[in-house]
Write a protein that binds this ligand. Structure first.
Ligand code: AMP
Length: 258
């Protein structure tokens, strides 16, 4: 199997190019947006979509995490402001996020299609994305909105542990590593993500609830919204998402061309 894309063009921006871009899929390339509170399992769904449909995973959170490991001197003032907002669990400003995505507009033409994860997060960002897509002459196929009860989300986030070296994600009860605190894949020391600290979780959930409702309405009004109950294993949620999509827009399924 071809290794998944290194996403160099997306993560590094500028003149960076992917070494192993996804192959064009046999059907039409899918262009999707994923919505859902932090901890709802969007990241796992994005991975499955990439694996099964060959789309490229475009996560704005991953860009900021990649920037964090860059030396401070190489960070622009916008990136520094973004890092500081992220540390507090607050949203990065719309202007900064939109500029960062606009710099990577070529990724919207990825031959494999794309799944946008974590962007847009506000109506202003959705409007900016719509303009960008119009300009690029590409359109969205669907917006999957994964939903879970709040108490399930809080339990999931507080127990999440990430390997800083290879980015593998674990959970203290749901998916523990073989050796406590150590990554199974590369032996890295697992960490609690900065924005998964209890105080940051509270802020993220409050921000999420305030900003999501209008965004959900925005995509519902455009006939793109697919609500997906996110209980169960990643595989179950993946299948449910396509079943929900097909129920809303007949012909929209992972095997078809949309
Ligand atoms: P995520 O991995 O998507 O949960 O993003 C981690 C953090 O990055 C968020 O808590 C925000 O601080 C920041 N971030 C990522 N994407 C966006 C966005 N579209 N708008 C504003 N802030 C963002």
């Amino acid at each position: 199997m071809k290794p998944s894309s290194d996403r160099a063009a997306w993560l590094k921006g500028g003149a960076a190019r992917c070494h192993n871009p996804p192959d064009p899929p046999p059907g039409l390339p899918w262009r999707l947006v994923l919505l859902g509170a932090p901890g709802v399992g969007k990241g796992s769904q994005a991975e499955l979509l990439c694996e099964r449909l060959g789309v490229c995973h475009l996560s704005t959170g991953d860009i900021f995490r990649a920037c964090r490991s860059a030396p401070d001197k190489q960070r622009s003032p916008a990136i520094r402001a973004a890092m500081e907002a992220m540390h507090r669990g607050a949203l990065v400003s719309d202007t900064t996020v939109v500029d960062i995505v606009a710099e990577r507009h070529k990724c919207l033409h990825c031959a494999g299609g794309f799944v946008l994860d974590g962007f847009p997060r506000t109506v202003a960002q959705a409007e900016a994305l719509e303009k960008m897509l119009d300009k690029e002459g590409v359109g969205l196929d669907a917006v999957f909105d994964y939903q879970l009860p709040l108490e399930v989300i809080v339990a999931r986030l507080g127990g999440r542990r990430v390997c800083p070296a290879c980015k593998e994600i674990y959970h203290v009860t749901g998916r523990p590593p073989r050796v406590d605190g150590i990554c199974d894949k590369c032996g890295g020391k697992l960490q609690l993500r900065d924005d998964d600290r209890p105080e940051a979780i509270q802020t993220r959930m409050r921000v999420y609830e305030e900003t999501m409702a209008p965004l959900v309405d925005y995509y519902a009004a455009r006939g793109l919204l697919v609500i997906v109950p996110a209980e169960g294993t990643p595989g179950q949620v993946y299948n449910r998402a396509w079943a929900c999509a097909g129920a809303i827009r007949p012909g929209l399924d992972a095997d078809g061309g949309g």
